[in-house]
Design a protein. Structure first.
Length: 210
């Protein structure tokens, strides 16, 4: 929460952020760039923020880019059912990104989507198997650089049950959809057959190996 008296107050320090992430590493920092533009040229003193940052960042942190052709980085994937959720870090100067999927590294690629902001996309209904994702940086529609490939498996692997206790109260071991399962059709809970601790023991016994 920002107090009414603090709304609209700007603080120095964002030229330092741009100088490091954009100038030295070649990463995109569009929101920091907008903030810095409001202060440019950045002064110093006169506000409590000067206790944390000296200021004068436009003078001390503006430099020529140190990476000639930066590549998208930080490509990360999460599985959610049959979907793959991907996100990555952008590069300075890119206007859009092309997310690609291939069955193997170096194989033929399929364009999944073209993304601007935010730098995330959900690839839905992905077939089970091994897939390789890459992100291509685009500048005004022209491809510039490509990220490191990210290998993603969409194959669900079942683990065998690891029994660590004795089934009680009518619970029994049966064949499941993939391996073994615990049937609770005749499980007696409310007739005093099992205590709360014994119910917990049944749950532990049916847990798979961790």
């Amino acid at each position: 929460m920002i107090a009414d008296g603090g709304r609209g107050v700007v603080r120095s320090g964002y030229e330092l952020v741009l100088g490091h992430y954009v100038g030295r590493l070649g990463m995109a920092a569009p929101w920091s760039a907008r903030y810095a533009a409001k202060l440019r040229p950045e002064g110093g003193g006169g506000h409590a923020s000067s206790f944390d940052q000296l200021g004068f960042g436009t003078l001390t942190h503006t430099r020529d880019p140190q990476v000639a052709q930066p590549r998208p980085s930080g490509l990360t994937a999460w599985r959610s059912g049959s979907a793959v959720i991907l996100s990555w870090w952008g590069v300075a100067g890119a206007t859009a990104y092309r997310l690609q999927r291939a069955p193997a590294a170096g194989g033929p690629t399929t364009t999944v989507a073209e993304v601007t902001d935010p730098l995330t996309h959900t690839d839905r209904d992905v077939a089970p198997g091994e897939h390789v994702y890459t992100v291509v940086a685009l500048r005004d529609g022209v491809a510039t650089t490509t990220s490191e490939p990210l290998r993603v498996s969409t194959v669900t692997r079942q683990r065998p049950l690891d029994w660590r206790g004795q089934l009680r109260g009518g619970a029994r071991l049966v064949a499941g959809r993939a391996g073994q399962a615990v049937a609770l059709d005749d499980f007696r809970l409310y007739d005093g057959a099992l205590s709360a601790a014994e119910v917990a023991a049944v749950a532990v016994a049916s847990a798979s190996r961790r």
